[in-house]
Design a protein around this ligand. Structure first.
Ligand SMILES: [Zn+2]
Length: 458
């Protein structure tokens, strides 16, 4: 159980405005984050249920009834679902996050990945950013609001999933529970967020309102094989190589939606130059060939204007002196929102145009359209961002996929990535080695969630 310390430390750096609830205590929030990192909630280790119990104890310690928090086992992992009953008759809102983390091999890390360690103003540890930072900040904020007597004007559902980084099965269950509860919209703590320049000056905040669909394809060729001294045609490795070349060179038809139009316009205006001009030109006319050429040539541009598919893994053959009996290629695609996996499969099949080659989608998410840019959400996020960083613009963005939001959007629940974390590009090591967050991010994050939740649950 968490003890809520009587001495706020970093939180005092940010004064509460008149009539506003004070944000949660930074020392308490940091303790929740540090304890959370110590649960190595990697797939297969069975630690998510214990972490869920720990978070539940923090919420119960702040005054929530144990009966309002369900921990549902799902295989070796688990889901956490808190229902905070509100007054009034607005439909419920939901906040989501995930409790699992990506694998981390201690041998490769400078520090123990499953111990939160402070160093040089940062907190290091696997999951300290993705997604235990925002999960801890949300839990600390809800706890603080509860213990200070706040009563929401609508029901608030907190859904924490247990396998976002791998199978994504737990969020499917929670999205259905959200739908059944009549949830009006969802705030995903594992999406969006702010950017700082190298000098820690905020340069913008991205509100994630759309997501590309992640799909892996397995492309296989099998041949009878034979002795390498008696070559025959076709050769399985050559067939797969030809297919890989075609896919690598292929460009899907450019697309635009209301989210990418807004983000390209904002980004283009900000960055200027040839790239900025191309973004603005494309936003105005998505068939502008020169703009498409410029954007397609940039790694950060091509994914924003079209579906992309790239070869990522290849295997084949079984002996140096034998004709290959089998060759296999993995293609990873990020499908533009609203387009189906089936349509992309068909396009790849036509492109490869070799009936001997088998194409199958091995891992796929749904492909829902973007969420609408609702006035209430935009206003609340704007207020939360400017509470910490006045004048910083909120720009709608499309993520390259995939998060739990797709399962909610697929059921028609508008979903928004609203992480409270502001990071410098060079500090972003989510999924990678030596993941870290700046300790100075904690106090503003508590303010962010406190404003967001109290605004939307007035
Ligand atoms: Zn994540």
């Amino acid at each position: 159980m968490i003890k809520f310390s009587a001495v706020p430390v970093l939180a005092m750096l940010i004064a509460a405005g008149p009539g506003q609830a004070a944000p949660g205590d930074a020392a308490d929030a940091r303790a929740i984050l540090e304890k959370g990192v110590a649960f190595d909630t990697v797939k297969g280790r069975g630690k998510v249920p214990a972490y869920a119990e720990y978070l539940k104890s923090a919420l119960v310690g702040a005054g929530f009834a144990a009966g309002d928090i369900a921990i549902e086992p799902v295989g070796e992992t688990a889901n956490l679902h808190l229902v905070w009953k509100g007054k009034g008759n607005k439909p419920p809102m939901a906040i989501t996050g995930h409790m699992d983390v990506v694998e981390a091999d201690p041998k490769d890390w400078v520090r123990d990945p499953f111990k939160a360690i402070e160093d040089g103003g940062y907190l290091f540890g696997r999951g300290v950013g993705d997604n235990k930072f925002d999960v801890s900040m949300v839990v600390a904020t809800l706890a603080k609001l509860k213990s200070s007597g706040f009563v929401p004007g609508r029901d608030i559902h907190l859904f924490l999933s247990g396998d976002e980084e791998t199978d994504g099965t737990t969020a499917v269950l929670q999205a259905k529970q959200a739908k059944a509860a009549g949830v009006d919209f969802m705030l995903n703590s594992d999406g969006g967020g702010g950017a700082l320049d190298t000098g820690n000056t905020p340069i913008g905040y991205g509100l994630s309102a759309a997501e590309k669909t992640y799909v892996d394809y397995r492309i296989t060729v099998t041949n009878p094989g034979g002795h390498s001294s008696r070559p025959t045609s076709p050769n399985a490795i050559a067939q797969i190589g030809t297919a890989a070349g075609k896919i690598s060179d292929y460009r899907f038809k450019p697309q635009i939606n209301h989210i990418t139009r807004a983000s390209l316009t904002a980004e283009g205006t900000k960055i200027g130059g040839a790239m900025g001009a191309a973004m603005l030109a494309f936003a105005k006319n998505p068939s502008d060939a020169a703009a498409i050429a410029t954007l397609s040539a940039a790694p950060g541009g091509i994914g924003q204007i079209a579906t992309t598919c790239v070869p990522t893994m290849i295997t084949g053959g079984h002996a140096p002196n034998a004709l290959p009996q089998k060759a296999e290629l993995t293609i990873n695609c990020r499908i533009f929102p609203g387009f189906t996996v089936a349509a992309v499969t068909q396009e790849l099949r036509a492109l490869i145009s070799d009936p001997a080659i088998k194409i199958e989608a091995v891992l796929e998410w749904p492909s829902p359209p973007p969420s609408p840019l609702r006035g209430d959400i935009m206003a609340a996020v704007g207020k939360a961002v400017s509470a910490n960083r006045p004048g910083v613009a909120v720009t709608p963005v499309m993520d390259s996929g995939a998060s739990d939001s797709v399962f909610y959007r697929a059921l028609g629940i508008p979903s928004y990535g609203t992480s409270a974390l502001f990071m410098r590009e060079e500090d972003a090591f989510a999924h990678g080695l030596n993941e870290r967050i700046p300790l100075a991010a904690i106090a503003p994050a508590l303010r962010h969630w406190q404003v967001l939740i109290t605004e939307l649950a007035k």
